[in-house]
Design a protein around this ligand. Structure first.
Ligand SMILES: Cc1ncc(C[n+]2csc(CCOP(=O)(O)OP(=O)(O)O)c2C)c(N)n1
Length: 546
C-alpha cells in the first residue's frame, strides 16, 4: 500500500505505532498543520478520537482519561500557541506520573526561524517536564522511513512508562499537503511509494515493577499513611493488618471504608494524643491535602517515606528514610509485633472523632461544602473527581466510602477541571465531579468537545475562592475580596444551558443525594449547584476541625 503523500504516510505510521504501544484514546484540537495526524487518528480502527476545541482542555481530557484507564492517552494539536497550551496538563502529568503523550505538529526546517505564520520554536518546548522528547523531521517523499518513525514513537512511549511514568513529547514536522491527496489546492506533493507496516518487535510487553525495598526492622506502634500513588491497595491493607499497624487512608488513596482510619484531621487537630503517638510512620505516596498528617509524621521517631516512582515527598524535610519502590514490599519486609490494643486505640479514637463530626454536621444549617462531601457517601458513584481548593479538603475530611477518587493534586492547579472530569467520565461510568465555582469557570471550555459522556458536576457555589478565607493572611490583605476571592458573580444556570447541560439548584442534603443519584441513573451532563455562604462555610470548617 502506498500513501497519497509523505505527510499521510508519517501520520499513519505514527498513529498506528501509538496504538501498538497501547494508546487507545487520542484527543485533538483543530488545526491545519496537524491535519494529517487528525485524519490518521480518525481513520484508525483501534483509536477512539475525541475532538476538543481548546488545546489546554484537550490535554486535560487526555490526562483524565489516562488517569482513569491507568494507561497512556495522547493529545495532538497544531503548531504555535496551540502547543504551548498543552503545558499545564503536562506539568500535572509530570508530578502525578501520568503517561500523557503530547504530539505537536510543526513547520518543516525551512520554515522555522524565518517569520513563517504560526511558527514558534517547539523543540523541547516542555523542557524537563517531559520524560522524553523526539523530533520527527518532515518526511521525504522518496525515502522509506517507516522504521525510523516507529522506533522514535516506541522510544518515547518506553520513556512514558519507565523508569518513572510521565508525559512525553513528539514534535512532528509536516510539509503540505497534509490531507490525503497529492494536490490540496495549495501545494502539490508526490505519492509516497512505500507501505508503513508494523515492526515485529515494536510492542514491549512489560510489567512496571519498582525496585524491591526493605527496612528489615521490627516495629511496634507502627502506622501507615496511605496516600495517592501506585501500589496494591488490598495488599497494603493485608500486610499492615499482619503487622498490627493501623492504616490512615487519605481520600485520594481510594481506600476509605472498612478498617481504615479516616477522621485523622479532627483526631489530631489539637496535637497527637499521647496514647496515639507512633514509633514509626510509613507514609506512602502523596499524602495531602491535610497538613495535620505532617504533624503526625513529625511526632514519630522513625519517619519513612516510600513512593513507587521515587517522587520526593517530604515537605518538612524530616524523613529518616526515603525509599523508591513498592510500598507493599517494604511493609512485607518488616516484622511487626502485633499489639491489638494499639490498633484498637486508633480505631476507637477514629470512631469517636467521626461520630462527633457527623453529629456536629447534622446540627448545622444551611448547607456547607462539608455537607456536600458527606452526602456523596450516600451516592452510588463509579468515580469521584475532586477539584483542588476546598472540595479536595472536604472530601478528605468527610468521605467514608471506598472508590476511585481522582484529583489533579500533582501540581494542585484549579485549571483543566471540567476537562479532566470528562476524561475520567469517558472511561468510568457514573462519574461525579465535585468543584468550586472558580474551578468550574476556569475550564468552561472543557464542555466543548465531541462525544456524549455522562457526567454529573456538583458545584459548591460560594461565589469565589472560599479557600482564601482560611489563609492566615486573610484578615490582613487589603482588597481581599477583589484580589483573592475574586467573586465571579456569574449565573451558572446560564452556563449549563449554554452548554446543553441539565441544571438544578440544591439546598438540602436529602435533595442532593436524590438528585445526584437520579442524574447518574438518567445519564447525560448535569450541573447541580449548591449555593453556600462563604462565612458560614468557614465557621463550619473551623468548628468541624476540632
Ligand atoms: C491554575 C491555578 N490558578 C490559580 C490557583 C490559585 N487558587 C487556588 S484555590 C483558588 C480558588 C478556587 O476557587 P473555587 O474553585 O471556587 O474553590 P473554593 O476555594 O471556593 O473551594 C485559586 C485561584 C491555582 N491553584 N491554580
Amino acid at each position: 500500500m502506498t500513501h497519497p503523500n509523505a505527510s499521510m504516510a508519517l501520520a499513519r505510521a505514527l498513529i498506528d505505532e501509538l496504538a501498538v504501544q497501547g494508546v487507545t484514546s487520542v484527543y485533538m484540537s483543530p488545526g491545519s498543520r496537524s491535519g494529517a495526524l487528525a485524519i490518521a487518528a480518525a481513520e484508525h480502527p483501534e483509536i477512539e478520537l475525541c475532538v476538543v476545541l481548546d488545546e489546554r482542555s484537550a490535554a486535560f481530557h487526555a490526562l483524565g482519561s489516562a488517569r482513569a484507564s491507568e494507561g497512556p492517552a495522547a493529545v495532538l494539536c497544531t503548531s504555535g500557541t496551540a502547543a504551548a497550551n498543552l503545558f499545564p496538563a503536562i506539568v500535572e502529568a509530570d508530578m502525578a506520573c501520568v503517561p500523557l503523550v503530547a504530539v505537536t505538529a510543526d513547520r518543516p526546517a525551512e520554515l522555522r526561524g524565518v517569520g513563517a505564520n504560526q511558527t514558534i520554536d517547539q523543540v523541547k518546548l516542555y523542557g524537563a517536564k517531559v520524560r522524553a522528547f523526539e523530533e520527527l523531521a518532515a518526511p521525504e517523499p522518496l525515502a522509506d522511513a517507516n522504521q525510523t518513525w516507529r522506533h522514535a514513537v516506541a522510544r518515547v512511549m518506553s520513556s512514558s512508562r519507565r523508569p518513572r511514568p510521565g508525559p512525553v513529547h513528539l514534535n512532528v514536522a509536516f510539509r503540505e499537503p497534509t490531507v490525503p491527496v497529492t494536490d490540496d489546492g495549495r501545494t502539490a506533493g508526490e505519492v509516497y511509494p512505500y507501505d508503513t507496516p508494523r515492526l515485529v518487535t515494536a510492542s514491549e510487553a512489560e510489567v512496571a515493577t519498582g525496585p524491591r525495598v526493605s527496612l528489615e526492622t521490627a516495629v511496634e506502634r507502627g502506622l501507615v499513611i496511605a496516600g495517592d500513588g501506585d501500589y496494591d491497595r488490598m495488599g497494603l491493607l493485608s500486610v499492615a493488618s499482619g503487622l498490627g499497624w493501623p492504616v490512615l487512608a487519605t481520600a485520594l488513596s481510594g481506600m476509605r471504608g472498612g478498617p481504615v482510619i479516616s477522621s485523622y484531621g479532627r483526631l489530631i487537630a489539637g496535637g497527637v494524643p499521647d496514647d496515639l503517638v507512633p514509633a514509626t510512620v510509613v507514609a506512602v505516596g502523596a499524602i495531602g491535602p491535610d497538613t495535620r498528617l505532617e504533624d503526625l509524621i513529625a511526632s514519630a521517631g522513625d519517619r519513612v517515606r516510600v513512593d513507587r516512582w521515587g517522587r520526593s515527598i517530604d515537605p518538612r524535610h524530616n524523613a529518616t528514610v526515603a525509599l523508591t519502590g513498592d510500598p507493599v514490599d517494604l511493609l512485607a519486609s518488616l516484622s511487626g509485633h502485633a499489639d491489638p490494643a494499639w490498633v484498637e486505640r486508633w480505631a476507637e479514637a477514629d470512631r469517636m472523632a467521626r461520630a462527633d463530626s457527623d453529629e456536629l454536621l447534622s446540627g448545622i444549617s444551611p448547607m456547607t461544602g462539608a455537607h456536600v462531601a458527606a452526602a456523596l457517601n450516600r451516592v452510588d458513584w463509579g468515580a469521584l473527581v475532586v477539584a483542588s481548593s476546598l472540595p479536595v479538603r472536604e472530601v478528605d475530611a468527610h468521605l467514608t466510602r471506598a472508590g476511585k477518587v481522582f484529583a489533579n493534586r500533582g501540581a494542585s492547579g484549579i485549571d483543566g477541571f471540567v476537562s479532566t472530569s470528562f476524561g475520567v467520565a469517558s472511561v468510568i461510568p457514573r462519574t461525579v465531579a465535585l468543584t468550586g465555582d472558580l474551578s468550574l469557570l476556569h475550564d468552561s471550555n472543557g464542555f466543548i468537545h465531541e462525544g456524549a459522556f455522562d457526567l454529573t458536576l456538583v458545584v459548591v457555589d460560594n461565589d469565589g475562592g472560599g479557600l482564601f478565607d482560611s489563609l492566615p493572611q486573610a484578615p490582613h490583605a487589603p482588597q481581599f475580596d477583589r484580589l483573592f476571592v475574586t467573586p465571579p458573580n456569574r449565573d451558572l444556570e446560564s452556563l449549563a444551558r449554554f452548554h446543553g447541560a441539565r441544571f438544578g439548584t440544591v439546598t438540602d442534603v436529602e435533595s442532593l443525594v436524590a438528585q445526584v443519584g437520579a442524574s447518574l441513573d438518567s445519564g447525560g451532563v448535569h450541573l447541580l449547584r449548591v449555593p453556600v455562604d462563604r462565612r458560614h462555610d468557614l465557621a463550619t470548617r473551623r468548628q468541624l476541625a476540632g
